[in-house]
Design a protein around this ligand. Structure first.
Ligand code: MN
Length: 642
């Protein structure tokens, strides 16, 4: 690589660029790297030159490219940051400092060192995005030339690229860098599979080319007939994505790499949908394989229509349809946006980068380097699902995310108070995994708090860090008793049994027969003002009667068992309980008016449900069924304890 080639590349998209700055940076780097050599034997300066060229290919500005030329001088020569400030100013010095590895402390494990370096790069990138552009180009060139290192080191570098940098490139929407990083890492990590796949792909290429040409001809004619301007091209397949798809769909190579991929680039959004309509008229669509990323862009701003049709050769054809602008973003992502908006992005753009800030937020709380890398992997790498709030807000989550992850993604306060959710109209416990397209309504309770068991349920780093934060905040402080048993009783003064002749009796439902509302009952008064309620035909009662000095009390159900009833359930506080009760109620066709839950002491919870019942029998069913749920201790209906 030569500096004049880099300059020529810059000139091709920016004639007014500050070429002197780029040249000065080159000469400075060349002087200080001097006769340093890379492992391959070539001069070290070749590395920053190539990194600069990659960035020029992505049409980045002269400041970024100058910083790229200088990116290794602090790390690998005796130049310090102060000197860079003097020569090139604070802006460039800060970018280079962000790219520079941390100083390795002796105590650090390799994992810790890696995690700390990533942390530093991400932190610097939240302040200036150009840091990550340079880091990605740096990794890309290193991967292209890594072959000269020994196997073990190659694998280590490849692993880091696959776990950290390729996902970052994806998150930033820089597709071309992401693909290449992945394919190169794949080559070092799974050399045999890579070679085999590569061979098969080349072998089948001719056949696919023939098919592409055939489809292209048909489409071109159609586009002309409909007077739609468009460019049709075959799509190159990336080995690593084929491999991943194979694993995901559990299918052999032949099923995946035989699929023809096409891309149609057109002028307007309207054209995109029109083209889709035309194609669907020509060939049979595969409905499950339709994705509208135009209406619902990915978090990295990617937009496109993805359709699959059974093409003229009776084989599936994957087609992407997008506008020119969308194509630009699809290839360069944030970098494309950067070119136009510069340092100060607009709000929408900043929001798209908020994941970086989030990563920083929870990373500061995670002291364990290994855990940090694992979480980074889940958040970045797992494919996304789209879920919705009742109002239609899109919540993006990694695959395998649960109700808790959703709740925390909506808002931290919502997460903390979650007791269950309604997914597509059905009540589910917090551990439920969400699927693409799920509509989720979170059910909260004022007195709910995160518990340790939630850490096993939450998958996203956001939820994890919030739960941990809460657990730490309550450490050493005993869990507050929200309400004592005494006050619970007081609230149950909605009498549903009347007793003649005794003022405010304490009513106890006999355990021997447990009468349900509406059943024939009789009461027995004891001397201390308590009344026990039995079924009229209770066998135990008959035995007590003989020789007992207890007095019979006249009792009856009041008319207060109206159509709306409130029941309270006391149970062991465990995950999923609330949803189980809700589901039981729903399965009995109960209309629920309101719900709440309160912790009682450390282990118990009291859940309250106001509901419409269709009558006594319905209420009886409800009580019976709820009592059968595991960990339920008591069911209160009015002053009646079951
Ligand atoms: Mn470098």
């Amino acid at each position: 690589m030569q500096i004049k080639i880099v300059l020529k590349k810059i000139e091709s998209y920016n004639k007014d660029a500050d070429f002197d700055l780029v040249k000065k940076a080159y000469l400075f780097a060349k002087k200080h790297h001097g006769s340093q050599k890379r492992r391959s034997g070539e001069l070290f300066i070749q590395h920053p030159l190539n990194v600069a060229y990659i960035l020029a290919e992505h049409r980045l500005g002269p400041t970024t490219i100058a910083a790229a030329l200088l990116h290794d001088v602090i790390e690998d020569t005796d130049v310090d940051k102060k000197e860079i400030v003097n020569e090139f100013g604070q802006e460039i010095a800060n970018i280079i400092d962000g790219v520079t590895k941390i100083t390795k402390l002796r105590k650090m494990s390799f994992e810790e060192y890696k995690a700390e370096t990533v942390r530093k790069v991400i932190l610097a990138s939240t302040k200036d995005l150009r840091v990550i552009f340079i880091k990605l180009a740096d990794k890309l060139h290193n991967m292209r030339t890594v072959g000269c290192f020994r196997q073990e080191k190659c694998e280590r570098i490849a692993r880091e690229v696959l776990d950290v940098y390729a996902p970052i490139a994806y998150k930033l929407g820089i597709a071309s860098i992401k693909w290449e990083l992945e394919d190169l890492a794949f080559k070092y990590l799974e050399p045999e599979i890579y070679r085999d796949l590569n061979k098969k792909l080349r072998k089948s290429q001719k056949q696919r080319d023939v098919e592409v040409v055939h489809i292209e001809e048909v489409l071109k004619k159609e586009m002309n007939d409909h007077k739609i301007k468009s460019r049709i091209s075959g799509r190159s397949k990336h080995l690593y994505s084929i491999y991943k798809k194979m694993l995901r769909k559990d299918k052999p190579f032949s099923d995946i790499y035989d699929i023809v991929g096409l891309r149609i680039i057109t002028e307007s959004v309207k054209d995109c949908y029109e083209i889709m309509g035309i194609i669907h008229g020509l060939w049979t669509p595969v409905p499950k394989e339709f994705d509208d990323y135009i209406a619902m862009p990915k978090s990295n701003m990617y937009q496109s229509l993805h359709i699959v049709v059974i093409g003229p050769d009776k084989k599936p054809v994957e087609i992407q349809i997008r506008t020119k602008d969308m194509h630009r973003v699809a290839e360069d992502g944030v970098a494309a946006h950067w070119r136009y908006k510069g340092v100060h992005g607009d709000d929408k753009f900043d929001k798209k980068l908020s994941w970086m800030k989030q990563v920083m937020e929870w990373q500061q709380e995670s002291k364990d380097a290994k855990e940090f890398m694992e979480m980074l992997h889940i958040d970045f790498f797992e494919s996304e699902i789209f879920t919705f709030t009742p109002r239609g807000r899109v919540i993006e989550l990694p695959k395998g995310a649960t109700i808790l992850d959703f709740a925390y993604a909506v808002h931290s306060d919502v997460g903390d108070k979650t007791i269950a959710a309604k997914v597509n109209g059905h009540f589910v416990p917090v551990r439920t995994m969400l699927k693409n397209g799920d509509k989720v309504e979170i059910i909260t309770a004022k007195n709910q708090h995160p518990s340790r068991s939630w850490l096993k349920i939450a998958r996203t780093s956001r939820a994890q860090s919030r739960i941990k934060k809460h657990l730490r905040s309550i450490q050493d402080i005993p869990v507050k008793t929200i309400r004592s048993d005494q006050s619970v009783k007081k609230e149950l003064e909605a009498w549903i049994i009347e007793v003649d002749g005794i003022l405010n009796p304490e009513i106890i439902v006999a355990k021997c027969c447990s009468p349900l509302p509406g059943e024939d009952i009789t009461g027995y008064a004891t001397s201390n003002g308590k009344v026990t309620i039995h079924k009229k035909k209770c066998g135990t009662l008959k035995k007590i009667k003989v020789g007992s000095r207890k007095k019979e009390a006249k009792v009856r159900w009041t008319n207060k068992i109206g159509s709306v009833v409130e029941i309270k359930v006391e149970a062991v506080n465990r995950t999923g309980l609330f949803a189980e009760i809700l589901n039981t109620l729903v399965s009995l066709n109960t209309q629920i008016k309101s719900t709440s839950a309160h912790a009682i002491g450390k282990e118990s919870v009291e859940c309250t449900f106001a509901m419409e019942t269709t009558g006594i029998e319905h209420l009886q069913d409800i009580i019976k069924r709820i009592k059968r749920i595991k960990d339920v201790k008591k069911v209160y209906v009015g002053n009646l304890v079951h």
